[in-house]
Design a protein around this ligand. Structure first.
Ligand code: 5AD
Ligand code: SF4
Length: 442
């Protein structure tokens, strides 16, 4: 019996997919291709409308596989499925779906799957609220050398554009001992890099009985023997304390990469977004980081066309981008999400205006990204080799500590290893280089 899982969205969804795969493998399924699978699970994202449209398209496509193989079980889960009205719509529109479950009850998959097979009718189970964190679920990890480790679930911030707090529930932190045990076990099995995951990692610990914050947790993880790199995703600029910067600066393994979503450069828009900081505070944070962590790379997320955004507000965003000089930015067109505060705000921005602003921002950021990459040409950087390059299968691809993608030639045996790479060429989205052999050159 084979399974196939398709995943949209963020790292939390990718991590959930590992759990779903683990549960299915415990039931005796093994991974397979889509057209030979006995179970297909779509793990969905609802953060923007575009993601949802892709999922609807894919569900439509699966109809023909179902007609070829009536025993095929099709399941939908993740953030789209967590919204009850969306689940109901899917059920009515796509009678070939067998299973719908939400983000809070993934652990019930084995039971739901068995019921779907036995009763031959659609099984829908969505928990309205999050339950206790469930530890010790199986996981089939996507990679051997690097691993996602959840530290918090949910989000309490309620940024006005964002659907996440509605589909991922309130903030909950895992116990430090559970996190450390997971990391130590992973390291024993060959993991050298972990990414600590949460919607807002720097509020870690606020809900625990113990006195512990994210900086304390990072320090504990930094001491795990054998671990070489620590990353984390995502941190909120508002909660990025001096203690956290000092801890990162003093650590051995926390990477010099700061992903700090700014979302907008205008104080008016930031306030309407409920972000809890001003552009001045954000830029001061960046200054502090650059002073204390030399060579740090800083990346961001930016939303264009938030309701009420004027040309002047947008100019503030361009200005901030010029001043900060991000190494890279993920830019998004604002997408109204039903149920959020911003979706009901007046002055929604017309699509053409959003797209035109988006293009200007993209051009500006692309030139800044390229300039930032060019500064590395001629230097030698430590790269963790991740696998074959997606853009050029004859080459390998890996990442620097600062999270830049480097493409180079080399034997497959070095996948999973750290190698020094001399950078020879800079592109907007990645670097190219050559393995520097020890004893050769400087
Ligand atoms: N529209 C556009 N972008 C959004 N994001 C979150 N919600 C929306 C939305 N409604 C972006 C934010 C966030 C990233 C993961 O997705 O920039 O940081
Ligand atoms: Fe959404 Fe804001 Fe929470 Fe991030 S911090 S998940 S943008 S509500």
């Amino acid at each position: 019996m084979k399974y196939f899982i398709e995943t949209w969205g963020c790292q939390m969804n990718e991590r959930d997919t590992e759990t779903i795969a683990g549960l299915l493998e415990e039931m005796g399924y093994s991974p397979g291709k889509k057209d030979e699978a006995d179970v297909i699970i779509l793990n969905t994202c609802c953060v923007r409308e575009k993601a949802e449209q892709k999922v609807y398209g894919e569900i439509g496509h699966l109809r023909h596989l179902k007609s070829k193989n009536p025993n095929l079980v099709i399941g939908i889960c993740g953030c789209m499925a967590q919204q009850e009205e969306v689940a109901e719509k899917m059920r009515q529109r796509f009678p070939h779906i067998d299973l719908i479950f939400g983000t809070h009850n993934i652990h019930q998959l084995p039971r739901l799957l068995e019921r779907a097979r036995k009763f031959n009718e659609v099984q829908v189970e969505i928990w309205e609220r999050e339950g206790e964190i469930i530890e010790h679920l199986p996981a089939r990890r996507a990679d051997k050398f690097k691993a996602y480790v959840s530290v918090t679930y949910g989000c309490n911030n309620f940024c006005t554009y964002c659907i996440v707090p509605y589909v991922r529930g309130r903030e909950r932190s895992r116990l430090p001992e559970d996190i450390l045990k997971e990391i130590k076990d992973l390291v024993e099995q060959g993991t050298v890099e972990v990414m600590l995951l949460g919607q807002n990692v720097n509020s870690y610990g606020k809900d625990l009985d113990k006195e512990i914050d994210f900086a304390d947790l990072l320090q504990m993880v930094d001491e795990v023997k054998g671990l070489r790199r620590i990353r984390y995703m995502t941190s909120h600029p508002r909660d990025f304390t001096d203690k956290l910067i000092a801890t990162i600066a003093a650590s051995d393994h926390v990477c010099e990469h700061f992903h700090l979503p700014v979302q907008a450069g205008s104080n008016d828009v930031l306030q309407k977004m409920n972000r809890g900081y001003t552009r001045e505070q954000y830029m001061e944070l960046v200054e502090k980081i650059r002073r204390q962590v030399p060579g740090a790379s800083i990346t961001t997320d930016i939303i264009v066309g938030f309701p009420g955004e004027t040309e002047e507000d947008f100019q503030d965003t361009l200005d901030l981008v010029k001043k900060v000089q991000f190494d890279a930015a993920f830019t998004f067109l604002y997408s109204p999400r039903k149920g959020t505060v911003a979706a009901k705000m007046p002055d929604q921005i017309p699509d053409e205006v959003k797209k035109e602003r988006f293009q200007r921002l993209l051009e500006l950021q692309n030139s800044i990204s390229l300039a930032s990459n060019k500064r590395l040409v001629g230097s030698t950087v430590e790269v963790l080799v991740e696998g074959k390059s997606k853009t050029n299968p004859h080459k390998l691809s890996g990442r620097t500590r600062t999270n830049k993608v480097v493409i180079f030639e080399g034997p497959e045996e070095i996948i999973g290893k750290f190698v020094p790479i001399k950078i020879t060429e800079a592109k907007t989205w990645n670097l190219e280089g050559n393995v520097e052999h020890q004893g050769e050159g400087g």
